[in-house]
Write a protein of this length. Structure first.
Length: 445
């Protein structure tokens, strides 16, 4: 917190005084703020405040209703995921990284697996059917992630109808995920070499039914917000960040596209065969909260088109496997569920046991010990719902990662809070944070 600035040539007491509110004792900071010669107020927003998107602490210096200084404090949700991955096999790493940004788990898994496949040199050997399924699942996840962003934003501004509608639509996506992976989130479905198992019977029909319903649901959301005068008043010309600011701060995703730059890794640096799909990259030049909302809702409409293209492609790839055929890398992916709905069926177990003793031993070692990855270091990046999600993977030639580090967009974008909020009203801080759409699981990994 900063007191009023005096003439630098006057006495020490009259000069600018700075109170360090990062890692200091809060009682000392509060006592300094209460001193008679202090004309600004320091408040703590979070880390328990629901409008800070989980466990984010914002330290705001106020001059009346105006924010003169904004700082973010993180670390309240630290999980040690990256460190834990150094003590698990390369395949088990997918189970850990899926939990980082828990709103977009399938993107975490894909970024990681693409990096592992690059280290192994098997990028072009991943079956096409597995690649199409990855795109299908990611685009479904993009829709569910954007619905969470819009729904929670609506609730934070007092629009509970927006929240209810948003989570209702998200449930439709989570039902599809549960049908395909067995889980609503934290799937560990994308694995090095492909995916855990093929699409179950009936899933394509369920997704096509989703494609029939969702366009109208998105239009209903637009009716609630696009021209709502209250929503426009809270979002237009709020938390302004132009393209120059985005470039200086490393901003990607909907935030930079809302500043006029159509940068999308699916187009600029295609992966998973995205160059074979037809879709547009929504762009706006509003540079404010409203523009970021418009970009996200337009992206959901584009994702519906990509999902339909995926289903059409899968029709012609029915006979293909969904896991690399190299038995030294690929885990069994043609699984049959037992009568209890959980374990493998007796027929599948008999199939595994009916091979040679050497094959059975290899299967055991693959699952328990894992495969070895040649020494090297790679970076793999994808376009997540929040921006560029990158994975740095380092191997020392063993069965476990030497180091895995993620470039999570939520972590990068939190540094824009000062640029967006300082000079604005304290009530607009909530709108600014919501427009970034940070998830602290991805920040405190």
């Amino acid at each position: 917190m900063t007191t009023h600035t005096g003439d630098p040539h006057t006495s020490e007491d009259a000069r600018e005084r700075v109170f360090n509110a990062v890692g200091a004792d809060w009682d000392e900071v509060a006592a300094a703020a209460r001193e008679p010669d202090t004309d600004r107020l320091v408040i703590n927003m979070g880390p328990q405040h629901p409008s800070t998107h989980g466990v984010l602490r914002l330290i705001l210096t106020l001059d009346g209703e105006t924010v003169t200084d904004a700082r973010a404090g993180i670390g309240y949700l630290h999980t040690g995921i990256e460190k834990n991955m150094e003590f698990r096999t390369w395949t088990q790493g997918s189970t850990f990284c899926t939990r980082m940004d828990y709103v977009m788990p399938l993107f975490n898994e894909t970024a990681y697996c693409l990096a592992v496949e690059k280290l192994l040199g098997i990028t072009d050997e991943v079956p096409e059917r597995a690649t199409v399924i990855r795109v299908l699942m990611m685009e479904l996840n993009r829709i569910s992630s954007h619905f969470v962003a819009i729904a929670t934003f609506g609730l934070e501004l007092g629009a509970s109808t927006v929240m209810l509608n948003g989570f209702r639509e998200r449930e439709m996506v989570l039902d599809i995920f549960e049908m395909i992976t067995g889980l609503r989130m934290n799937h560990a479905y994308v694995r090095p070499g492909g995916v855990a198992q093929d699409l179950p019977s009936g899933s394509s029909g369920k997704i096509r039914e989703f494609l029939k319903i969702m366009p109208q649901r998105i239009r209903d959301m637009r009716k609630l917000l696009d021209e709502n005068p209250l929503y426009l008043g809270r979002t237009r010309d709020v938390a302004h960040l132009d393209l120059t600011g985005c470039m200086a701060l490393g901003v990607t995703g909907p935030v930079v596209r809302a500043a006029g730059l159509g940068w999308d890794l699916r187009k600029a640096q295609p992966y998973c065969g995205y160059e074979n799909y037809e879709f547009d990259v929504p762009v706006s030049e509003g540079c404010d909260v409203y523009a970021r909302y418009r970009v996200r809702i337009a992206e959901m409409e584009q994702s519906l088109g990509i999902i339909e293209q995926c289903l059409d492609r899968l029709e012609g790839l029915k006979s293909q496997p969904v896991m690399i055929q190299d038995a030294k890398i690929g885990w069994p992916a043609q699984l049959t569920i037992g009568p209890d709905g959980m374990g493998n069926s007796p027929d599948h177990i008999a199939h595994i046991m009916s091979g040679s003793m050497e094959a059975l031993i290899h299967h055991f070692k693959l699952v328990t010990e894992g495969f070895r990855v040649p020494p090297g270091r790679v970076y793999s990046a994808i376009e997540s719902p929040k921006g560029e999600l990158g994975c740095v993977a380092v191997s020392d030639g063993g069965t476990r990662p030497f180091r895995v580090h993620f470039r999570d967009p939520s972590f990068t974008h939190l540094q824009t809070i000062a640029a967006m909020c300082e000079g604005g009203a304290v009530a607009d801080v909530i709108a600014a944070v919501a427009s970034i759409d940070p998830v602290m699981g991805g920040v405190d990994r």
